[in-house]
Structure formats: C-alpha cells, structure tokens
Ligand binder design. Sequence first.
Ligand SMILES: C[S@@+](CC[C@H](N)C(=O)[O-])C[C@H]1O[C@@H](n2cnc3c(N)ncnc32)[C@H](O)[C@@H]1O
Length: 198
Amino acid sequence: MLKHPKDVPGLISSDEGRWLSDIARGEIALEIGAFRGRSTAFIASTATFLVSCDSFQGQRQLRDDQAPVDFYEIEADYWHALESLGLASKVAVIKARSNDVYKSLAGPLHARLGLAFIDGGHYWDDLRFDIQYINLVRKGGVIAFHDYHGTRFPDIKKAVDAVCKPLSDALLPLACPGTIAAFRKERSIPDVSELPPE
Ligand SMILES: C[S@@+](CC[C@H](N)C(=O)[O-])C[C@H]1O[C@@H](n2cnc3c(N)ncnc32)[C@H](O)[C@@H]1O
C-alpha cells in the first residue's frame, strides 16, 4: 500500500525527494524521467501542477551493473503510484522522448516553470537536447539534474557544465543532497540551444 512518496520504489533517495518537494512547493514543475513515479510523487505532492515526461523505454544503453527491466510493468507501477497517492489530477503525463516534445512544451511553458528536474536519458544524445529545458524555467526558478555527481554517467556533468558554467553570473548553484546538481535562475538568460553531437 502506497501512502507517501517515499513508499514509491525508484532511483532517487528520500533526501533527494524531500529536497525536490521543497523546491516544487506551489510551483508549476516539469520532470524528464519518471520511471516508477518516485520523483513524480515527491514533486507532485507539493507542486500546483507537474508535467511528467517519460518514454517508458529506458536508457539508450544499459551499463554492466544494470539489469534489464520490463517497461510495461514500470509504466503500470507509475500509474498505480499516481492513483494510490491521489496525485493523478495534477500530473500531465507525456509518454514520449523528451527531445521529440521539447518544441511543443516550450510553446506554453517557456519561462514559466518553478522547477525542471532532469533525470531521463543519461547519455550525450539525450542530454544535448534536454539541456534546453532550462529555457522553460522562470526567473527565480530552479533546474536540477540527477546523477550529476559521481562517475557513473559522465555525460551529465559534461552537458551541464558546458551550458551552466558560462552562465555563472545568472545561474546560482544550490546546495543539494545526493547526486543532484541544481541552479537557480537569478536573472533571465538568452535561450540555450541544443548542444552539438559528440
Ligand atoms: C533514471 S530513470 C528515472 C528515475 C526517476 N526519476 C525516479 O525517481 O525513480 C530514467 C527514466 O527516463 C526515461 N528516459 C530515458 N531517456 C528518455 C528520454 N530521452 N525521454 C524521456 N524519457 C526518457 C526512462 O524510460 C526511465 O524511466
């Protein structure tokens, strides 16, 4: 029985989840990468509305320490979590690859999000597009990247640093738990474009 976001199985820690809940409170939020709905539940528990995007197709490639999973089961668990926790009415679920829907989401959401949480594809060919979701964050809002810290997924740090370091006068790094790196948009920035292929 799921009673609380921390009961939802998934790949973020409870500390990371609580941090996301705090940042999302009262905000319009977006996440890329939902899996069984753990980050979804933490964010939607406090956000006014959450756009949750997942292809439900997994990563482009599996590392040796990752076992294959059945994404029919993952998606069923995701819906079960949203329904059990009474969150479905404030989550818009986008079942698609994030780069395929960027343009259609950027229309209505440009500079409106209080939180964008990026935890989808962990390889360059996804991240080079996902970095553009920073354009949807409002002034004062936060963009957060899971698995930035650590050695498992070096493309995350590479893409984030390529875009965020040159904008350090506008993007304030935040203290975050776990593997999250996050930045508050202190000032408006010019729109960021997709990064080149590797
Ligand atoms: C690391 S898991 C997300 C974990 C989740 N945030 C949690 O709290 O447990 C990554 C998810 O991103 C999805 N994904 C991978 N690449 C994607 C892409 N380009 N667009 C959308 N979803 C993607 C996968 O299907 C998978 O469910």
